[in-house]
Design a protein around this ligand. Structure first.
Ligand code: ATP
Length: 307
């Protein structure tokens, strides 16, 4: 039996970082937005009693662990434990989401693996069970399950849907180099050591712009508290942001902890023009024009004999 499930990358259209909590995580307020850059996770059951094995193909495949630390493998093991089944399964991940790029690719793989394992073993886990497992796996995993556009509070795992009128169009500039999320938060802490960090909230203007599908207003409301830290660790990001402005982007920003940079476009045609401009700018090579507000984890093919 086999099954394939895909899950999307995310950008944070707004990311506000609050004070450090007692558990060592910062509280955040995030306006999450799923984009149609999707990883695909295939599960193939086997009867060899060897447990979970992992293989990876696609973008940055060599940077993804294939041992028990792989987030998709951890997700499969958690579902097996909850469903009391033997976790004899091969996990293949086909990556399109840049690794350690601030687009939550590992979280997408975990979300896809949760859904795939539930379907492969026909467990019928409830949405609440899947959400609970997702939140244990990581702050961004619940959003990758749901997709669309959502407000995330807490560590990002407490989600509320946000109304959006239509599709949004973006250009993603991925980086060959990676940035570690903990390193960016450490730099954020260093830069803000003298300041009192307020409790994070998403400005009403950003929600209103999403609802009204007002690109100029959304561009004005885009904000990422981690951007100064990411740019100071990777000064090249400032050049990419400048190239996007020169190319006519409505707005541009670092995604999450970076180093991916994303730009708002007015339409699909505008996004393609901007992607062409950025590709020729010499500042960035891995450029994608993508649609935003897309579905979360979804079945791509049920495979032979699967549910
Ligand atoms: P976040 O912002 O959620 O920390 P990110 O998008 O910056 O994530 P990821 O691509 O999720 O980064 O990868 C972060 C690290 O997680 C990688 O460096 C890798 O070692 C580890 N990892 C574990 N499982 C996976 C996976 N399935 N795909 C990618 N990375 C994984």
């Amino acid at each position: 039996m086999s099954i394939s499930v895909s899950a999307p990358a995310k950008v944070n259209v707004v990311l506000k970082v609050g004070p450090m909590r007692t558990d060592g995580f910062h509280s955040v307020a995030s306006l999450f937005h799923a984009v149609d850059l999707r990883d695909r996770v295939d599960l193939q059951s086997n009867c060899d009693g060897q447990g979970v094995s992992v293989s990876v193909s696609g973008v940055d495949a060599g940077a993804v662990p294939t041992d028990a630390s792989n987030l998709a493998a951890r997700a499969v093991l958690m579902v097996a434990e909850m469903g009391e089944v033997a976790p004899d399964v091969h996990v293949h991940i086909d990556k399109r989401i840049p690794v350690a790029g601030g687009m939550a690719g590992g979280s997408a793989d975990a979300a896809a693996a949760l859904l795939a394992a539930d379907l492969l073993w026909n467990l019928g886990l409830s949405r609440t069970d899947l959400d609970d497992l997702a939140a244990q796996l990581g702050s961004d995993v619940p959003f990758a399950l749901h997709g669309g556009t959502m407000l995330g509070l807490g560590r990002g795992e407490k989600l509320t849907p946000v109304l959006t009128a239509q599709d949004w169009h973006w250009v993603i500039s991925a980086s060959d180099a990676q940035l570690s999320t903990p390193a960016v938060y450490q730099e954020f802490d260093r830069q803000n050591i003298e300041k009192s960090v307020a409790d994070p909230i998403i400005p009403a203007e950003a929600m209103a712009a999403m609802r009204a599908h007002d690109a100029a207003a959304l561009g004005a409301a885009m904000h990422n508290d981690l951007q100064p830290a990411a740019v100071s660790l990777r000064p090249q990001l400032a050049k990419i942001l400048a190239a996007g402005r020169e190319g006519g982007a409505v707005a541009g920003m670092v995604s999450g902890s970076g180093p991916t940079v994303f730009f708002l476009a007015e339409s699909r045609d505008h996004a393609i023009d901007l992607a062409v401009f950025l590709s020729g700018s010499g500042e960035t090579t891995r450029v994608h024009a993508v649609t935003g507000g897309v579905a979360g984890a979804r079945v791509e093919s049920p495979g032979v004999g699967a549910v």
